[in-house]
Design a protein around this ligand. Structure first.
Ligand code: IMP
Ligand code: MG
Length: 186
């Protein structure tokens, strides 16, 4: 038995379902941004990394990728504190570019509520959001999402980029954490 299986209550989204949806999103993004100018995919680390890697393979138009790391969580916290910090900023200028934020999940919405105005201030040609997952029932601030993979219920999930205290991001599916079994580190 693999170690992660102990913490897995159920598989919420299978690998095949993820892959099918990511392909659709890639095709939709390609069509929408075709002929518009420079497209820049801005991946929010670390959770968005697997989504970005798969998504960009399905985007057929030329584009650039960049990374930003933000944190709104204390160690082992299960809910966003609302205190967002930029841990690593973009390495290049986004002025005049069509920026598409690639995020793993929108939960309270605080992360993107903080980040979006900061990016807007740098004068991109446009700014849009592509998130694999969204938990609408947890939202504390409204976020306008242009590309959404899946709406999910209020469960703590892991896999496909999402971590359980920094581990199991490599799993190819999205699973629900069994919080009765999983003992968070202090
Ligand atoms: P928000 O600021 O509350 O919208 O939180 C967004 C961030 O919280 C995401 O980028 C994730 O890193 C993290 N997060 C929210 N829900 C989960 C979850 O169920 N599993 C793992 N990480 C999560
Ligand atoms: Mg995270």
């Amino acid at each position: 038995m693999a170690e992660y299986e102990k913490y897995l209550k159920s598989v919420l989204i299978t690998e095949a379902q993820v892959q099918e949806r990511v392909r659709e999103l890639g095709q939709q993004i390609s069509a929408d941004y075709e002929g518009k100018g420079d497209l820049l995919l801005l991946c929010i680390l670390k959770g968005g990394v697997m989504f970005l890697a798969d998504l960009m393979r399905h985007i057929s138009i030329p584009h650039q990728i960049e990374f930003m790391a933000v944190s709104s969580y204390g160690k082992s916290a299960r809910a966003s504190s609302g205190h967002v910090r930029i841990l690593m900023d973009l390495a290049s200028d986004i002025e005049g570019k069509h920026v598409l934020i690639v995020e793993d999940i929108i939960d309270s919405g605080h992360t993107l509520d903080y980040l979006s105005p900061q990016l807007e201030a740098r004068d991109p040609a446009s700014l849009a959001i592509c998130t694999l997952l969204s938990k609408p029932s947890r939202r504390e601030v409204d976020i306008l999402v242009q590309y959404l993979g899946f709406e999910i219920p209020n469960e703590f999930v892991f896999g496909y980029g999402l971590d359980l205290d920094e581990k199991y991001r490599n799993l190819p599916f999205v699973g629900v954490v069994d919080l009765d079994v999983y003992q968070p580190e202090e």
